[in-house]
Design a protein around this ligand. Structure first.
Ligand code: FMN
Length: 318
């Protein structure tokens, strides 16, 4: 069986630096959806705002740019700009759960308003030069939102629907609602991508056995924690050894790349703490290194801690 694996968009994590560095050390992903770009009132988005999706920064892994917004007048020119950059598909974010975003009726905050979504699609789909894909949760508060939306989506020529089967208010708690996902599958006319909680080969294989009609899968946190995962899933087995050594090489390059783009040590340290929230979970007794790193206030001290960890303690969790 051939299938496609997407790297999920994680804002603050899977930017072009991460994606390029990943591609030099690991494989298994066919493409990535890039973290969201907000629509702006300005008709023309500044190139600096689009740095993450500029083709020259994305030669290693094909990407689909993602836009978050609820106003077709702002969405259309941005989609056109992305078309000029060569992107024949853009993704619309209807999943972001964060209250600051949702209360402005963006991301999952728009899901309780099917008529607004219909109107947006009616205006946008014929007006943009790209195809539109949508990344979506089940609803803001209830899966009923998506059950109402799918018949609307069925009226538009969408490229695909990427479904993370949780509600917005659920954030990342509890389990993905696979029964609700199954119901969506039976209702839709569009290709569906499954996204959520694929953390190891077994969890992927369980989902693949249950949802035989799915040929595209998206992985976020599971692959940030264990970057070998997409290759393991593609191979159907885990043949890796020397994980700590390979991971260390990847981490070292990632650090050096960010060192070049961040002006101050504070920003660099914050970004690294963000990464280690995930990285630490790949190691036996990872909470210890996570805590040590998160308590650190000085970059020099951080470097010593990480160096010592790799030299003495790092053990890849099986
Ligand atoms: C820190 C963080 C940032 C995220 N940023 C985005 C984003 O920019 N766009 C988006 O559609 N989803 C975003 N997501 C959601 C992920 O793409 C994905 O849907 C979610 O993590 C579930 O998949 P997973 O269980 O494989 O991680 C983000 C998630 C996290 C944890």
């Amino acid at each position: 069986m051939t299938f496609k694996l997407y790297l999920a968009p994680l804002r603050g994590i899977t930017d072009y630096i991460y994606r390029n560095t990943f591609s030099r050390h690991f494989n298994g992903f066919d493409a990535a959806v890039a973290p969201f770009i907000p629509t702006l009132k300005a008709i023309h988005t500044k190139p600096s705002h689009l740095k993450d999706v500029l083709p020259e920064n994305n030669s290693a892994m094909p990407i689909v740019p993602q836009i978050i917004g609820n106003n077709h007048e702002n969405f259309i020119p941005l989609a056109a700009q992305l078309s000029d950059l060569g992107y024949d598909t853009v993704n619309w974010n209807l999943g972001c759960p964060f209250p600051m975003v949702a209360k402005k009726q963006r991301g999952s905050g728009l899901l309780p308003y099917p008529e607004k979504i219909d109107r947006f699609l009616e205006k946008t789909v014929p007006a943009i030069p790209n195809r539109l894909s949508i990344k979506i949760r089940l609803g803001r508060k209830t899966p009923d939102d998506l059950f109402k939306l799918i018949p609307i989506f069925n009226r538009y020529p969408l490229q695909e629907l990427i479904i993370h089967p949780r509600t917005g208010i659920q954030m990342y708690d509890g389990q993905p609602d696979l029964n609700a996902f199954e119901k969506c599958l039976s209702m839709t006319h569009h290709p569906i991508v499954y996204n959520g909680d694929i953390t190891d080969l077994q969890s992927f294989q369980d989902l693949a056995a249950r949802f035989e009609a799915i040929h595209s899968w998206m992985i976020g946190r599971g692959a940030i924690i264990n970057p070998f995962l997409p290759a393991i899933i593609k191979a159907g087995q885990d043949n890796f050894s020397n994980q700590v050594e390979i991971f260390r090489g990847f981490y070292q390059e990632l650090f050096e790349e960010y060192q070049q783009v961040f002006a101050g040590p504070g920003h660099l340290l914050e970004r690294m703490k963000g990464f280690w929230t995930y990285f630490s979970q790949a190691f036996a007794d990872g909470r210890k290194i996570r805590k040590k790193i998160h308590r650190t206030l000085k970059l020099q001290r951080y470097l010593e801690i990480v160096e010592r960890f790799f030299e003495e303690d790092a053990e890849w969790k099986k």
